[in-house]
Design a protein around this ligand. Structure first.
Ligand code: NAG
Ligand code: NAG
Ligand code: NAG
Ligand code: NAG
Length: 313
């Protein structure tokens, strides 16, 4: 007994350290893996046109086996590597404290002040890279040459994986949050009996709780329920969600503006540091989370169709 105790203590300490590391690293990711998986899966089943399916398949690496959802968290997986550190700023937008408004020119930059380096700028960027692939696809008939031309300039596999991920992120309300609390990352609250930062609750815990409470811990069942709404109760709204004005292929500023509005109205509201969030908060915020996952999926699908299967060329 006596000799095993130190080992128990070391193990306990190790678990605590792991728990902390987990909490912090999750804190700055986008939606957690489940939220991204849901967004990409919903996009894959929401009326993809045949040319879109073909193009996505041809850009995905073989090991993805044709599944965009399987690589929807790629942008989070790589951002910790040195060569990808610069991409961290592309997952979010910091807006002025308490203003509850977002403005591309003022807010879309990284912490060094480099313009366009935010989630909205990244969505424009990777949309336009993929559109160049489409345009070359129609002017060059030799597939080998086409691939070579597009690849010379950008890695379009990366462009696709970034786009799919960032369209998810921009729909998480606290990814367009206030600057001084880093989108809720520095606001520590109690979530039922546990302690998390507010950002993590929106990335992961509302979805986790919904999964166990309503869906027997089965994410696919929750995604199916959202999809049933997209094709049922929400079908008229979903058509509007997918649209952009002025023939734009993607319109991330609209998604970002919605997010900061929802962040003020729902995420920050009643979530002051040290407060306890439980049933009241969960039941009133879950519909927002589910609608944002639906909008992310519908819009990603619409963007990919506009890129790869444009109606007029
Ligand atoms: C790849 O996809 C095919 C068809 O969608 C499926 O039958 C097969 O089991 C998948 N393989 C793996 C390794 O997931
Ligand atoms: C656009 O994509 C290229 C290639 O990944 C990258 O070097 C550049 O920083 C990106 N800019 C933005 C705003 O995402
Ligand atoms: C494109 O990017 C992917 C993911 O980073 C990488 O695995 C692949 O080798 C790259 N392709 C080229 C041609 O550089
Ligand atoms: C489906 O839509 C109904 C009606 O708007 C809503 O009450 C319900 O929460 C939605 N469920 C999901 C999983 O989105």
């Amino acid at each position: 007994m006596a000799s095993s105790r130190p080992r128990v203590r070391v193990l306990a300490l190790l678990l605590m350290v792991l728990a902390c590391v987990g909490q912090w690293s999750y804190g700055v990711e986008g939606w957690g893996a489940d939220g991204h998986h849901a967004t990409c899966l919903l996009a894959e089943v929401t009326s993809p046109k045949p040319a879109t399916v073909d193009a996505v398949r041809s850009l995905l690496p073989d090991y993805a086996n044709g599944s965009l959802a399987s690589l929807c968290t790629w942008a989070d997986d790589i951002r910790w590597q040195y060569k990808w550190h610069w991409t961290s700023a592309l997952h979010f937008i910091d807006t002025p404290d308490f203003l509850c408004r977002y403005n591309y020119d003022n807010d879309c930059h990284n912490s060094y002040g480099d313009v366009d380096m935010c989630v909205s700028g990244a969505i424009y960027n990777y949309t336009s890279q993929l559109t160049s692939y489409r345009n070359s696809a129609h002017s060059i008939s030799d597939p080998a040459m086409l691939e070579a031309t597009a690849r010379d300039q950008y890695n379009l596999t990366e462009a696709l994986l970034f786009l799919a991920h960032f369209v998810g992120d921009v729909h998480q309300p606290l990814h367009v949050g206030f600057t001084s609390d880093a989108g809720g990352n520095t606001i520590l609250v109690h979530w039922y009996r546990r302690k998390y930062n507010l950002h993590h609750i929106w990335d992961n815990e509302i979805i986790n709780k919904a999964k166990t409470y309503y869906y027997n811990s089965n994410l696919q069942d929750m995604i199916d329920a959202i999809f049933t709404n997209i094709t049922g109760d929400w079908v008229e709204q979903a058509k509007v969600w997918g649209e952009c004005a002025n023939d734009d292929i993607s319109c991330p500023d609209i998604y970002a503006t919605e997010s900061i509005n929802l962040a003020c109205k729902w995420a920050y509201k009643n979530a002051t540091p040290g407060s306890t969030l439980s049933d009241d908060y969960f039941f009133s915020r879950l519909p927002i989370v589910q609608q944002r996952l639906a909008q992310g999926g519908v819009r990603l699908a619409a963007i990919l169709n506009r890129i790869f299967s444009p109606s007029k060329l």
